[in-house]
Design a protein. Structure first.
Length: 366
């Protein structure tokens, strides 16, 4: 082969072009926009690159194009099943196109998020998917100045940076409490862990629903900044029972806690739902497999990730969505843990979006 390697031994684009039988310009176009080439040329260039072990220089391409083909995704946890579903949707939507996904874990820290945003933006991403709406002032300023499309996910708010997709955690919590009221429960407790902004909004929704019904008492709320777990759910429920022995229902900020409450009830031989009803949040797979099955607020996590990535890619390619803010809504999936009068698969409360009516509370509400 006539082409020469650089002093560092790296394969040059010219070598790939020579092996593929195309011009260097055509080879370069393949790595920038493969759809611009015929299938035959695409196949030859791709095969040559693989044979030679050629890796394109993203930094150099960014300098030339002012943008890489990387989509940055910032999420607060890589182990939480909630975000696993979101990521599955993101990867499914991005499969088969030229964009690659780069993940970063903020670990529920807004300062870590700020640091990672600065790093991402220095690399000139094609677009960003960012979790939540509670960025620092510095992060917000960086996002607003970014020269790329941005989607905020997991919730909705009044002031999107660019695009946004999610649901109202506040409204979802109110709907969960309304469901418990409909089943005749009045001493409804709340257990929450970690207390990140989304969990705090669930607590706010619970408090608003209880106050509207003139049933709120501070002793019915047990929270901790400790990361959530099933074991912690049982411990928080034990604390709650000590504060209010007459408790007849518990709204849990997530499903791990709800499962822990269930286990503690079983250990204490507390009948569910006759003595204590349980409602969780997110409707993870195990909620329908528990014994008894557990009621939970279903959130559209996979659809959220897939739609966010689709919106972002279309915006990157110049096709802005007609609706930059999407409310995917939620459903309260009623199962045995909150009422024995309904089938396990019947959604007792639903909200497909902001326009649908909420279930009525015992007294008026916003």
């Amino acid at each position: 082969m006539g082409g020469q390697r650089t002093k560092s031994g790296k394969i040059r684009l010219a070598e790939v072009a020579e092996l593929a039988g195309v011009s260097p310009i055509t080879a370069s176009r393949f790595f920038r926009n493969p759809e611009a080439l015929s299938i035959a040329k695409r196949t030859r260039v791709e095969s040559a690159a693989k044979e030679l072990g050629y890796v394109p220089n993203l930094a150099a391409r960014a300098l030339a194009s002012q943008r890489t083909e990387v989509i940055g995704v910032l999420i607060p946890s890589l182990t939480n099943n909630v975000f696993s579903d979101v990521l599955r949707g993101i990867y499914d939507a991005s499969e088969g196109n030229r964009y690659s996904i780069q993940l970063s874990n903020t670990r529920y820290s807004i300062l870590q998020e700020e640091k990672l945003l600065r790093l991402f933006l220095a690399q000139k991403p094609a677009g960003l998917i960012v979790t939540g709406i509670d960025q620092t002032a510095e992060s917000r300023a960086m996002l607003e100045a970014a020269d790329c499309p941005i989607v905020q996910i997991m919730e909705i708010g009044p002031d999107p940076v660019d695009m946004m997709i999610g649901f109202s955690h506040y409204d979802a919590a109110r709907a969960a409490v309304a469901h418990l009221f409909e089943q005749g429960h009045r001493k409804v407790g709340f257990v929450g862990a970690r207390m990140d902004p989304r969990v705090q909004r669930r607590l706010d929704g619970y408090v608003a629903a209880m106050k509207d019904a003139a049933l709120f008492e501070q002793r019915l709320v047990v929270t901790t900044a400790t990361p959530t777990s099933v074991t912690l759910g049982g411990a928080l429920f034990t604390d709650l029972l000590a504060r209010e022995p007459g408790l007849d229902a518990v709204f849990c900020a997530n499903d791990d806690l709800a499962l822990g409450v269930l286990f503690e009830c079983r250990r204490r031989e507390i009948a569910i739902p006759d003595q204590v009803a349980i409602v969780g949040f997110n409707d993870l797979e195990f909620m329908a497999s528990a014994v008894p099955t557990l009621t939970s607020v279903r959130t559209n996590r996979y659809e959220m990730g897939k739609t966010a990535a689709t919106m972002l890619i279309e915006a990157i390619e110049g096709r802005r969505p007609e609706r930059p803010v999407l409310d995917l809504g939620f459903k309260v999936i009623e199962r045995q843990s909150s009422s024995s009068r309904h089938s396990e698969s019947t959604p007792a409360v639903s909200r497909a979006g902001a326009a649908n009516k909420m279930v009525a509370l015992p007294t008026g509400h916003d």
